[in-house]
Structures are given as C-alpha cells and as structure tokens.
Write a new protein. Structure first.
Length: 182
C-alpha cells in the first residue's frame, strides 16, 4: 500500500463518526436525480397503477354523487341504470386519467427530489448507469408486467386474508351485542 493510501485509510479509521456520516449524507444533484427519474420512465408504472385504482375511484365518486343532495335529479337517474353508470364511469375515468397524467411531471419532480435527498451523487450516478445497462433496461421494460403480476398476487393474498378474518370480525362484533356475563 502506498504511503498516501495508508495515510487516507488511517485518517478514515480515526475520523470521528459525525465526519464520516456527513460525508455519506451529502445529497446528490437534482440534475442527476432528474436524469435517473427520466430513465426510469415512471409513466410505464403510473399508468397501470392508476388504471387499477380507477374502478375504486369511480365507485367512490358515483356513491358520492348519489348521496349528494345537491346533485341534479337527471344525474341521479342516470346513475340508477347500468348503462347510465357505465357512461358516467367512463367520463370519470377519462377525466381522472387525464388529470393524473397532467401531474406526472410534478410526480417526477417530487420523485427526483426524494432521490436527490436519499442518495449521494455517486450513488445516483451508479443507479443511473445500472438502468442504462442491458440488465437495467430489461428491468425497466419488465416493471409494468411485474407490477401487474405482483398486484394480482397481492389481491389474492388480500382476498384470502379477508376470508380468514371475516368470521372472526363477525364473532367479535356479535360479542359486542351480547350482554356481559352471558
């Protein structure tokens, strides 16, 4: 080992911990974080994610419209039929999807800022290099399909958990109505 390397290694070993922590905590630059986020092509993950959430959002909006005493009678009548609910649901879906997509730049900027704060410049550069590599590009290309498969698996686990929990929920709720001591 060269004398210079030995000196640096020794200095690092005896350096107070806060000095080492400060060096590691230096955030990366926003430009590198933005390049990383751009390379990640977040819209390929966000579009399917919002598409999966859309039925729940549509249902919630439709329920709110039906419960709204100020909602026009014609809208409530439309929501009372299958064809009307489909039409209203399609409009809600289209407008929500458009509104979400318009906000993708803001989501990307917030993501870049979090990456900038979380990773050093060297780490950001390494992650970016990985995503630009053949393996990283393959991972990025596979992410939408992976997200879909993992989401479906998660729904199955969630359904199984709900089925296991529901009888216990019913029993505990029934016990609330039973007078104590009986």
């Amino acid at each position: 080992m060269s004398p210079l390397r030995l000196l640096v290694a020794t200095a690092l070993l005896v350096a107070p911990e806060p000095v080492l922590a400060q060096a590691a905590a230096q955030p990366g630059t926003i430009a590198t974080a933005r390049a990383l986020v751009a390379q990640m092509r977040m819209e390929r993950v966000l579009d399917p994610m919002f598409a999966q959430l859309m039925p729940l959002m549509v249902s919630n909006v439709e329920n709110a419209m039906r419960a709204d005493t100020a909602a026009p009678a014609a809208l409530k009548a439309r929501l009372a039929t299958d064809a009307g609910r489909q039409q209203v649901g399609a409009i809600i879906s289209e407008e929500f999807a458009r509104a979400f997509r318009e906000r993708y730049p803001a989501i990307a900027e917030a993501t870049a800022e979090e990456y900038r704060k979380t990773f050093s410049e060297s780490e950001l550069t390494t992650i970016l290099a990985f995503y630009r590599s053949p393996t990283g590009a393959k991972l990025l290309d596979a992410q939408p399909a992976l997200q879909k498969a993992l989401s479906e698996a998660g729904r199955g686990v969630g359904r199984d958990a709900a089925m296991a929990a529901f009888p216990k929920v019913q029993a505990r709720l029934s016990a609330l109505d039973t007078p104590a001591g009986k």
